[in-house]
Design a protein around this ligand. Structure first.
Ligand code: SF4
Length: 347
C-alpha cells in the first residue's frame, strides 16, 4: 500500500476521475463546444471505517465528486469503485442492490424529505423501496432510528415543515441510516444550520460513525468542521485535488498555499511558532472552470506564484506520513527536500 493510501482496506476508490459538463446547448462563435471542467483527474482512496473530509470553496467540484461517489452521476473519464466494483460497469438491479451500501446526506435535508410525507414514512421509505420488513417492522425500525438521532418518537407523525432545521437534518441522518449503509457521503451536512445547532449535529455524526463503524466522506467549505470530523482531509481547488493528508497535519502544517489560506480563514489564534508560514486569507475570485488557468490552477490567487507555475502543472508530491500536496513551491519545510512522485495523481 502506498504511503498516501487509506490506512484500512479500501472501501471507496476514485481513480483518475474527471467530470465535464457542456456549456449551454449550442455552439460558440468559434464552433467549439465549451465545457465546465468540474472535476479533473481526481484520485482518492477511502478506507473502511475511515472519515475522509473533502474541503474547498463553493464551486471547487467537491459536490460533483460526491454525486459521482454514490453513482448519482457517471464520470466523463476515470472510475469510481466500491469494494472493487466499478460503478460505471453495473446498472439496473445490481446497482440498486449495491446502493444499499452507500447513502448521500444532503446539505438541505428538505432535498431528501418529501414535504407531503410524514417523517416516519420518509425514514421508512428506503426500506419500503427495497421491500425490507413488514409495515410493523419498519415502524419499529423508524422508532429505533429516531431514538438514535435524538428525536422523540412522536416526530414520526409530523411533517417536515413542523420541524426545525436541526431536527430535519437529524431525520435526514435517520433516513440515511435506515438501510444500514457502510458508506455515507455527507454534503455540507451542517452549513444550512444555525451555529448553535451545528455542534450538536457534528457530534451526532461522530457518534453514529463510531457506533455503526461507518465510513464517511464529509464535504464542507469549512475546514474547522472537516478537521473536527475527519481522519484525513483532501483539499480541492477548481476541480483538482491540491493536498491530502492526516487531518491534524493538514490543519497544523499545510504545504499548499491554498490550504494555508483556508486555515487562515478559521477564526482562531494561530498556534505558537507557526505564524511565519501562514498566508493571508485567500484573495480574489475563483476563476471560471470553463477556462481554468494554465499550469497551476491556483496561480492567479497565489501569493507564492512564480513563472514556472503558469507553464507546468504541479503533481502531488509526498511529504511523508501520507501527506501530499501539488505545489512547485510548497510551504511545508520538509517539502524542500521531498522528491516528486511523478505519476502520483491522488491517493
Ligand atoms: S504551484 Fe505555484 S501558484 Fe500553485 S500553489 Fe504552488 S506556488 Fe502557488
Amino acid at each position: 500500500m502506498s504511503a498516501v493510501s487509506a490506512p484500512t482496506p479500501p472501501l471507496l476508490e476514485a481513480r483518475h476521475v474527471s467530470k465535464e459538463y457542456p456549456v449551454g446547448a449550442g455552439l460558440t462563435l468559434r464552433r467549439r463546444r465549451e465545457v465546465v471542467h468540474a472535476v479533473t483527474d481526481v484520485s482518492i482512496t477511502v478506507g473502511a471505517g475511515e472519515v475522509f473530509g473533502l474541503v474547498g470553496e463553493s464551486g471547487c467540484g467537491k459536490s460533483t465528486l460526491s454525486r459521482l461517489m454514490v453513482a448519482l452521476e457517471r464520470p466523463s473519464s476515470g472510475e469510481v469503485r466500491i469494494d472493487g466494483i466499478n460503478l460505471s460497469e453495473i446498472g439496473g438491479r445490481r446497482l440498486r442492490a449495491l446502493r444499499r451500501d452507500f447513502q448521500l446526506m444532503f446539505q438541505d435535508p428538505d432535498a431528501s424529505l418529501d414535504p407531503r410525507m410524514r417523517v416516519g414514512a420518509s425514514v421508512a421509505e428506503p426500506l419500503a423501496a427495497q421491500r425490507i420488513g413488514t409495515r410493523r417492522e419498519r415502524a419499529a425500525t423508524v422508532a429505533r432510528l429516531l431514538d438514535e438521532v435524538g428525536l422523540s418518537r412522536d416526530v414520526a407523525e409530523r411533517f417536515p415543515h413542523e420541524l426545525s432545521g436541526g431536527q430535519r437534518q437529524r431525520v435526514g441522518l435517520a433516513r440515511a441510516l435506515s438501510l444500514q449503509p457502510r458508506l455515507i457521503v455527507a454534503d455540507e451536512p451542517v452549513s444550512a444550520l444555525d451555529v448553535s445547532v451545528q455542534a450538536q449535529v457534528i457530534n451526532l455524526l461522530r457518534e453514529t460513525q463510531v457506533q455503526h463503524g461507518l465510513t464517511y466522506v464529509v464535504i464542507s467549505h469549512d475546514l474547522a468542521v472537516i478537521h473536527y470530523l475527519a481522519d484525513r482531509i483532501g483539499v480541492m481547488y477548481l476541480g483538482v485535488l491540491v493536498e491530502v493528508g492526516p487531518a491534524d497535519r493538514i490543519y497544523a502544517a499545510p504545504a499548499h498555499p491554498y490550504t494555508a489560506g483556508l486555515v487562515e480563514t478559521i477564526p482562531r489564534p494561530a498556534p505558537a511558532g507557526q505564524r511565519g508560514r501562514r498566508q493571508a486569507a485567500i484573495r480574489g475570485e475563483l476563476p471560471s472552470p470553463v477556462n481554468p488557468p494554465s499550469g497551476c490552477r491556483f496561480r492567479t490567487r497565489c501569493p507564492s506564484a512564480q513563472d514556472r507555475c503558469a507553464v507546468e502543472v504541479p503533481q502531488l508530491r509526498e511529504f511523508g506520513a501520507g501527506h501530499t500536496a501539488a505545489c512547485h513551491f510548497p510551504l511545508y519545510p520538509a517539502a524542500a527536500g521531498a522528491a516528486p512522485s511523478g505519476s502520483l495523481s491522488g491517493v
